[in-house]
Design a protein around this ligand. Structure first.
Ligand SMILES: Nc1ncnc2c1ncn2[C@@H]1O[C@H](COP(=O)(O)OP(=O)(O)OP(=O)(O)O)[C@@H](O)[C@H]1O
Length: 391
């Protein structure tokens, strides 16, 4: 287990136009911590991981693992992958097809010149950890996808590295296997306590596995915090959108209350005032325009003749689509032309089962379940202090 320190890491790729894949990124990882790099395609997750592994030549920055400096661009240090005590587990299992499971798991031990007898013990130990001890003499083609990924996991752990890097290791598995291998990985981390950096664009994976999440945007870390804080208190609108607050309402002050402002591409022209919101929202007076972000679970529906409770914001809405989801209905509504998603529970409110296209309903939400962002996408200050932005 090692303390990992990344300072001012920058990686540019030549091209037209050139890309800054990682942009002055700094991050400190505690020994035994499981860090998840989360973000959309192209935000620089894999490049950051490859720089840690020694598979890229960064343009600037320093990286240390424990007391070893593995990268120092100014000092002209860039240790090759086999000189860093790092294990890697990738999306494509990347097992050698002509090698047995035993030889595959033993590969990083051979590159580190671990003595034969010790290597045999380590291979068996790693295979045992992921329930693959019975598969050691098979070839990858004789394994299921889940087994192959478990072997890849064993290979990543076999050399007892200081740091294990994971690049979307579960994304090639079907949903059931993904859940299984994810649970196994979570348990393994709790048992072995290795330090990990795990790349994904899947928020549920990130929430389940991470001690802390680093939400990346354009080569930088936009928010670094515990899964609970990122989920409950996204610091910027970008993070909110990425972590499931897919509903967005633009709001403008009007007298003592607010008005919903029409969205571009909606039925009417953008910016046209929509339904009024009576009374104040938890937003400082200095903000005249904000956007409210809400999860589908937090957008509630009721018949037009019912009034939402006093602490709620009720808005006239029209149903566009309603799909049965077992215990709930997934409902798309329009409000001021903008589309929003509601997940209406059926237990207690069977009324939602009969919703159909064109029906008028009231969509509502308690004022404090929404999070409000200013024009720059930064959380407004009326809430608890925003989580730290950046590393
Ligand atoms: N070898 C390369 N040459 C040129 N540009 C590259 C290269 N590798 C990555 N990039 C660019 O760098 C940026 C970051 O890429 P990176 O693969 O790190 O993103 P990512 O967040 O891991 O995306 P994904 O989730 O799709 O894997 C992207 O704009 C990508 O096009």
């Amino acid at each position: 287990m090692s303390h990992v320190r990344i300072e001012g890491l920058t990686k540019r790729f030549a091209g037209k136009p050139p890309t800054v894949a990682v942009d002055d990124l700094s991050l400190e990882i505690e020994p035994g911590e499981f860090i998840v790099l989360l973000g959309p395609s192209g935000c620089g997750k894999t490049t950051t991981l490859r720089c840690l592994a020694g598979l890229e030549t960064p343009d600037e920055g320093r990286i240390s693992l424990g007391d070893q400096t593995v990268l120092d661009v100014r000092g002209k240090v860039n240790l090759p992958p086999n000189k860093r005590r790092i294990g890697m587990v990738f999306q494509s299992y990347a097992l050698w097809p002509h090698m047995t499971v035993r030889r595959n798991i033993g590969y990083p031990l051979r590159t580190r010149r671990v003595a034969r007898e010790q290597a045999r013990e380590r291979i068996e130990e790693a295979a045992g950890l992921v329930d693959c001890a019975a598969l050691l003499d098979r070839y990858p083609a004789q394994l299921s996808g889940g087994q192959q990924q478990r072997v890849a996991l064993a290979r990543g752990l076999a050399a007892r590295p200081d740091l294990v890097l994971f690049d979307e290791p579960l994304s090639n598995l079907d949903a059931r296997l993904r859940d299984q291998v994810r649970a196994q990985l979570h348990e393994l981390h709790a048992r072995l306590g290795f330090t990990a950096v795990f790349v994904t664009h899947d928020q549920s994976e990130a929430l389940a596995l991470g001690d802390r999440l680093a939400i990346m945007r354009a080569g930088r870390i936009e928010q670094l915090d515990t899964p609970e804080r990122v989920f409950e208190e996204p610091a910027t609108e970008y993070v909110a959108g990425f972590i499931g607050m897919s509903n967005r309402l633009s709001l403008r002050r009007a007298g003592e209350g607010w008005t919903v402002v029409g969205e571009p591409g909606a039925d009417g022209p953008a910016g046209v005032p929509g339904p009024a919101v009576a009374g104040e929202l938890p937003v400082p007076r200095s903000h005249g325009e904000v956007s409210a972000r809400l999860r589908p679970d937090d957008l509630l529906l009721c018949p037009v003749e019912e009034k939402p409770p006093g602490h709620g914001v009720g808005l006239a809405a029209e149903v566009v689509d309603a799909q049965f989801g077992g215990r709930h209905m997934d409902v798309v509504v329009t409000i001021a032309g903008g589309r929003l998603h509601a997940r209406a529970p059926l237990t207690g409110t069977p009324w939602a089962r009969g919703l159909s296209r064109g029906q008028r309903v009231t969509a509502w939400f308690p004022k404090d379940t929404a999070i409000y962002y200013d024009a720059d996408g930064v959380r407004t200050a009326a809430h608890a202090p925003a989580a730290p932005v950046g590393a």
